[in-house]
Ligand binder design. Structure first.
Ligand code: SAH
Length: 331
């Protein structure tokens, strides 16, 4: 399979006769470059309060139907501690953009969690260079910030009052500061073209991403996109597979949104290029409220159930659970 130009990528995205071959090839590249280990990241969804108005997201501040919560710093640290005790080597802290968590508060949370000898990833949105630097100095190792789409016009339609250039600036700041940087995109946004998805994939290569998360868009009933069509599972899987083939040794999660659209979607993704899963380690009471999209999986489970369930599935396909930190740079 040729991947030299944007043209090739567009052709592959348009050709559904090629899918099974593409997925098999991505799986071979995954095996060759990152092996059979699957890295588990324990995800703490610590606040669903958000000042943004992203058109697709159920957490957008204009959604008045959502019951909001924020978890206090001491409890965030204790969820992380429990996850480490269960064997997680990476904790991911994710939230809406909630200014309650000042730089000081965040840095305290970070340094407390880092005492447990764990890799720490943040996914808390757009911040200034100085704020990112403070998190890095406090010990954070990685940061996830999806570009969502590289189509500037579409980006503008989806993100009122936000700015594409600032999102790029954030990714550059994070790189400069030495974070391992994760990004990614949504597949199937209204008005998104195949060409723009090809551009997204090339963008991931250009920024030398360490991790790329790709998920289908799922319309949320309490957002302006409630009547839009949902993204295609197969197309999202193809974008992910091509990303693996092009970027070779990066970390690629089998995203929760994949499984929301298709039973066993994460296992299918793990067999089509992915090598990471992010089980939820947040207490059950909060899960249904972190409703970025509807019908999210695992909202009635607890952390132990999620770990046991996904571990068994991973082993059933002949893969192993990693006992390392699973960094892109140091293995
Ligand atoms: N506030 C953080 C975390 C956002 S939630 C940030 O800005 O980075 C994590 C991801 O969920 C988003 O990056 C987005 O790609 C995805 N997401 C949001 N709404 C979605 C929807 N309706 N369908 C599928 N994925 C969605």
């Amino acid at each position: 399979m040729e991947f030299v130009s944007k043209h090739n990528i567009i052709d592959i995205l348009n050709d559904n006769g090629i899918n099974e071959r593409l997925f098999r090839y991505a799986d071979e590249i995954r095996k060759k470059y990152v092996g059979d280990d699957v890295h588990l990241r324990g995800l703490v969804e610590f606040s669903n309060i958000c000042k943004r108005t992203c058109k697709y997201c159920g957490l957008r501040c204009e959604n008045k139907k959502l019951e909001r919560y924020r978890i206090e710093p001491a409890d965030i640290v204790s969820y992380a501690k429990n996850a480490v005790e269960k064997g997680y080597k990476t904790i991911v802290l994710q939230s809406g953009e909630d200014d309650y968590y000042s730089v000081d508060k965040m840095c305290k949370i970070i340094s407390e969690i880092k005492k447990y000898n764990v890799a720490l990833t943040l996914s808390i949105g757009e911040k200034s260079y100085e704020e990112y630097k403070a998190y890095k100095d406090a010990g954070a190792d990685r940061y996830l910030l999806r570009i969502e789409t590289t189509d500037k016009n579409l980006y503008g339609q989806m993100h009122p009052k936000m700015n594409f250039e600032n999102r790029i600036r954030c990714l550059e700041s994070l790189k400069t500061l030495g974070f391992e940087v994760g990004s990614g995109c949504l597949v199937g946004l209204p008005n998104q073209t195949i060409e723009s998805l090809a551009n997204d994939i090339l963008f991931f290569k250009e920024i030398k991403a360490d991790m790329i998360g790709i998920g289908p868009f799922i319309p949320h009933p309490d957002t302006p996109l409630k009547d839009a069509e949902k993204g295609s599972f197969d197309l999202a899987l193809k974008v992910m597979a091509i990303t693996r083939i092009l970027l070779k040794d990066i970390n690629i999660p089998a995203t929760t949104a994949m499984e929301t659209l298709k039973p066993n979607g994460r296992i299918i993704a793990l067999q089509s290029g992915a090598n990471v899963v992010m089980p939820n380690v947040t207490a059950t009471e909060y899960r249904k409220k972190y409703e970025i999209y509807p019908d999210k999986i695992c909202i009635n489970e607890n952390p132990d159930q999620c770990l046991n369930c996904i571990s068994a599935k991973i082993k059933s396909i002949g893969r192993t659970i990693s006992s390392g930190y699973g960094s892109h740079k140091i293995g």
